[in-house]
Ligand binder design. Structure first.
Ligand SMILES: *Cc1c(COP(=O)(O)O)cnc(C)c1O
Length: 292
């Protein structure tokens, strides 16, 4: 089983007025090839699949999905075959233009492209039966990778020594990463989640997995929705890179860090607050067309 070591420092990255400090945990540097929280979410899933005797793992995602990229790479490294059910049947003849899918294929992933309508039905019994008929017995990981095994993995992001932080902030997609962090946090700590998409369905999903109530979602920094961004966000990412040398992604971590800085400016945090931001990775998702 691959060991995922934290690469980070508890060092203060930036100091703000009133003694407020910000540190960052570099989950983006977890593995030389595959970055971030998706790997943590896969770790115990792959372990379980192998223990149960499965030889293939099937999952779902969009064309630029960090989860698809991570699943393909983890499958190659761990020696389990991977199948990706990809949203958008128009991609069948043009997926070679998509860097995420090209890399996933090089990592041995087999694709099944489905229409957006069929994709919406992906959790239905009929669709899953169809998949088993086509591919044989498969261990299924849900879209985004969030399930009980995933939360066991994301609970390993926080360590004992992180108890010194008052606030821990993380970008939120399906909620699996924040749920694990909540479960391994201390009750003196507050976990702030920044959803990268619009919608109020997340709290329920997080409550399904999280055992503590020391968390809050901040819905003001999705920049219009999933994968939406504007000049202001790109400018922020670029100046953060200049100041710290750390590249954020425009879909998840850029929005979260922007939100933290904005909240600091607005006086949200009490004096002397120690904030730990989790860099969950996602850098493979940079589209070549976005220039910063
Ligand atoms: C998927 C992803 C998230 C969100 O994780 P969830 O567990 O789905 O909430 C955050 N950051 C990055 C970089 C991601 O790829």
């Amino acid at each position: 089983m691959f060991e995922l070591e934290n690469v980070y420092n508890q060092k203060v990255l930036l100091e703000f007025p009133q003694g407020i400090t910000v540190s960052i945990k570099r989950e983006d540097l977890l593995h030389p090839e595959v970055s971030g929280n998706k790997f943590r979410k896969l770790k115990y899933n792959i372990q379980k699949a192998m223990e149960l005797g499965y030889t293939q793992l099937l999952t779902f995602g969009g064309a630029y999905s960090n989860h698809i990229a991570a699943t393909a790479a983890a499958g190659r490294i761990m020696g389990i075959k991977t199948i990706g059910v990809i949203r958008g049947d128009e991609l069948v003849d043009k997926y070679k233009d998509n860097p995420t899918l090209v890399k996933a294929e090089q990592d041995g992933m087999q694709f099944k492209f489905v229409s957006r309508t069929a994709y919406r039905e992906k959790s239905s019994v009929a669709f899953l039966q169809e998949l088993e008929e086509e591919f044989g017995s498969v261990y299924i990981v849900p879209e985004g990778g969030t399930n009980a095994e995933a939360i066991k993995g994301t609970a390993e992001i926080l360590k004992e020594e992180d108890q010194v932080f008052d606030y821990i902030s993380v970008a939120v997609g399906t909620g699996g990463t924040i749920a694990g962090i909540i479960n391994s946090s201390g009750s003196n700590q507050k976990i702030l989640g920044f959803p990268a998409l619009k919608g109020d369905f997340l709290s329920e999903e997080i409550n399904n997995f999280a055992h503590n109530s020391n968390w809050e979602l901040i819905h003001d920094y999705h920049f219009g929705g999933y994968a939406k961004y504007n000049e202001q966000l790109l400018f922020f990412i670029s100046s953060f890179k200049e100041k710290t040398g750390i590249l954020l992604d425009p879909i998840y971590t850029g929005k979260m860090v922007y939100g933290i800085f904005d909240l600091i400016n607005k006086g949200y945090f009490p004096p002397d607050s120690k904030i730990l931001m989790i860099h969950t990775g996602g850098l493979q998702g940079w589209n070549e067309s976005i220039k910063i």
